[in-house]
Ligand binder design. Structure first.
Ligand SMILES: [Zn+2]
Length: 133
């Protein structure tokens, strides 16, 4: 059962979602702990108020900093980008996404159009150890 507070008589540590965001916080997996209600609704015993000033309140102590991508998520994004930028035939890693859906390779592999050497990274020879000098 969540507690209810009237606007203006609300504990300082309970804030609305908008106020959380303004502080750079998110609910952090916790649901609202209380309800902010307008004065008018406070006198309604059935509590069926849908007045806009009725809002969920979150406890600042339970909130967490806004979600930022974790290293694993960034790594996954990088991997996804790398797949789209790597030619499956010559294994060059281009600095732009390749038309893999239509052509299936880079232009040079497709029709011989020479690629700008500055637009890709040539992969290490197959079998070479990445950490080897
Ligand atoms: Zn290629």
């Amino acid at each position: 059962m969540v507690s209810e507070h009237d606007r203006g008589a609300c504990p300082a540590h309970l804030v609305t979602r908008r106020q959380l965001r303004a502080r750079g916080l998110s609910p952090g997996g916790h649901g609202p702990v209380a309800v902010l209600r307008c004065k008018r609704c406070a006198y309604r015993p059935d509590q069926s108020c849908t007045h806009p000033s009725r809002a969920w309140l979150y406890d600042v102590a339970l909130a967490r900093p806004k979600r930022t991508p974790t290293l694993a998520q960034e790594w996954a994004l990088d991997r996804a980008m790398a797949v789209r930028q790597t030619c499956p035939q010559c294994r060059r890693w281009y600095f732009f996404a390749l038309p893999l859906r239509t052509i299936g390779s880079c232009l040079e592999c497709h029709d011989g159009t020479p690629a700008d050497p500055g637009s890709y990274i040539t992969p290490a020879p197959a079998g070479a150890h990445r950490l080897a000098a």
